[in-house]
Design a protein. Structure first.
Length: 340
């Protein structure tokens, strides 16, 4: 086992997940991203249907039903596939946190509470705010592409206006990245101190009771608990603030293009009609929503930047393989053994 600094990033993720599962997730992320595009397409095509022709109406309904069925089935399978990938990633992550401390030779500053904190709290934080958003952000990106095609097909000029203004949803995540990293570092440090205090108290509870100093240790625990919860609240507050600003940008990016579209209708510019605005609003909502989700996932991913580093010794993902590597060359010799 080699000493190195291993970074939990895209390369680490791709090297852990089986190639077939990666391909399945990519395909499902594409086929499950058509909901917004279907909504815009259906609304646009309804104005062109000849309703006195039952055959055309029936064909249209069958095609719409099939499109929705494929999309939502793909979305369901996408959730299952990503959950399996997250299981594989989390298992390797927890093992590497364990191995990075267990196999190191310098035990001077090594504490079991630090290892427990990494395997439980830190790994769960990475799972929820890095692994999950990493998959969902790919699906959001695919949705942006498919719905953008529908928007531009409805009206290129007004569609471009919708898309350009929608990019303002990225600004909050860009400016909030530094604050999110700082809050995450603070929470991680206070949480580690809390776990250490709890471990020390329970290991020495007999002496604490014997010397009648329970009150002071309880106060110390309560103070550490209060700091940990307060730092966690501030972390969430910062994240929610960034999301709130992103929502405001999304509202602005929805209202302004609509106003521009109405002006274009009044002045007969670029062939824009009310039906065009309705179609674009429905399709562009999917674009704006996907961009907002993309920005939110990007914020969550960025918030874990400071805790996605494995120091000291690292190991491969398979626990049994690692045990074989560590113990495979051990030979036991017995000498001077006599039977009683």
């Amino acid at each position: 086992m080699k000493k190195q600094q291993n970074r939990i990033n895209i390369k680490w993720v791709l090297s852990t997940i089986p190639t077939r599962l990666i391909l399945v997730i990519i395909i499902l992320s594409i086929t499950s991203s058509f909901e917004g595009a279907i909504n815009g397409y259906v609304l646009g095509q309804m104005t062109k249907i000849v309703f006195n022709n039952f055959k055309n109406v029936g064909y249209f309904l069958v095609m719409v039903a099939a499109a929705y069925l494929i999309t939502y089935t793909s979305a369901y399978l996408f959730l299952l596939a990503t959950q399996k990938a997250i299981q594989i990633l989390t298992q390797r992550l927890k093992y590497e946190f364990f191995a990075s401390d267990f196999f190191q030779t310098n035990y001077e500053n090594l504490g079991s509470s630090d290892v427990i904190n990494k395997i439980t709290n830190i790994s769960n934080q990475i799972q929820k705010q890095y692994f999950q958003p990493l998959f969902y952000i790919s699906q959001s990106f695919m949705t942006i592409i498919t719905t953008t095609v529908v928007v531009l097909k409805a009206n290129i000029l007004l569609g471009i206006i919708y898309i350009l203004i929608s990019t303002s949803s990225f600004l909050p995540s860009i400016f909030g990245k530094k604050q999110m990293n700082a809050k995450t570092d603070t929470w991680s440090a206070t949480n580690t101190r809390l776990v250490t205090i709890m471990k020390d108290i329970f290991q020495g509870k007999s002496e604490i009771k014997k010397f009648d100093v329970v009150k002071s240790f309880v106060e110390k625990f309560c103070q550490s608990l209060s700091k940990e919860e307060e730092s966690f609240f501030k972390l969430n507050k910062t994240q929610y603030t960034v999301q709130f600003v992103a929502w405001i940008c999304a509202v602005i990016s929805d209202v302004i293009p609509m106003g521009i579209g109405l002006i274009m209708v009044v002045n007969h510019i670029a062939g824009v009609e009310i039906s065009t605005i309705v179609t674009l609003s429905l399709s562009a909502d999917a674009v704006v929503g996907s961009i907002r989700e993309f920005a939110n996932y990007q914020t969550q991913i960025a918030s874990t930047s400071s805790i996605r580093t494995l120091k000291a010794y690292t190991a491969k993902s398979n626990c049994s393989n690692n045990l074989k590597e560590e113990t495979g060359n051990i030979v036991l010799f017995l000498k001077n053994i006599s039977r009683l």
